[in-house]
Design a protein around this ligand. Structure first.
Ligand SMILES: [Zn+2]
Length: 227
């Protein structure tokens, strides 16, 4: 695979990034004892067959999309089905104003610019708030965390205290300027996350958050309140 970076975060969790896309989002693969879980699929530059052959092998692979922005869901067309929050997908703002931004273009832009990033609704199955995805040694609770956009969800491992947060929270500027962004909902989503007391946050962009997490979440709540 050309220009895909795979980082082993621990024995079970891999970070997969599309280095040809400047604002590359974080896709995560969790290799559970019984099943594997892929969280997000990038802009569509990853060959997921190769990922399956290398890491998933004969296990079942569950695919979940944290939200319907182009840099998180577009690679899903390689799968028969992915789980996601499909609320109000009609005329969904998939975040293309940032795809078109000059700063984010680079050499590989042409490779993906032909994509229209349409959501094929039939490919996605509605995920339920507070449902559990059981991988054997990991149990992920689905938490609806709207605000960044309406479809945003997070996944929380209640025993291991690991949070996968998509674009709801990560170490960097948060974006609340999409057509379906909602500041009030965003604040209550962050409060939900704060209440869970994660010890690590693996977000949709940038490096994991491992220190002073409650202070970090609180600072993002304060920032959102100022908006
Ligand atoms: Zn996003």
């Amino acid at each position: 695979m050309t220009n895909i970076k795979i980082t082993k975060m621990n024995e079970k969790i891999y970070l997969i990034e599309e280095m040809d896309y400047l604002e590359h989002s974080n896709c995560y693969l969790i290799v559970g004892s019984k099943k594997c879980l892929l969280i997000d699929t990038g802009v569509g530059l990853i060959d997921f067959n190769e990922i399956k052959n290398r890491f998933v092998k004969d296990k079942e692979l569950v695919v979940v999309i944290t939200h319907f922005h182009f840099d998180h869901f577009a690679g899903s067309d390689q799968f028969d089905m992915a789980l996601a929050n499909k609320n109000n997908l009609k005329n969904k703002d998939v975040g293309l104003k940032y795809f078109k931004k000059k700063d984010f273009k680079n050499n590989a832009f042409e490779k993906i610019s032909h994509k229209e990033f349409n959501i094929n609704e039939n490919k996605f199955k509605q995920i339920k708030n507070e449902s559990i995805i059981n991988l054997g040694d990991f149990n992920f609770e689905i938490i609806f965390t709207p605000g960044h956009d309406e479809s945003s969800i997070s996944l929380f491992e209640n025993e291991k205290k690991i949070l996968f947060s998509g674009d709801t929270i990560y170490d960097g500027k948060m974006y609340l300027d999409f057509e379906d962004s909602n500041n009030k909902e965003y604040i209550s989503s962050l409060k939900k996350i704060l209440y869970k007391k994660p010890t690590i946050i693996l977000g949709g962009h940038n490096a994991p958050i491992t220190k002073n997490i409650s202070e970090f979440i609180t600072s993002k709540i304060d920032l959102a309140k100022e908006n």
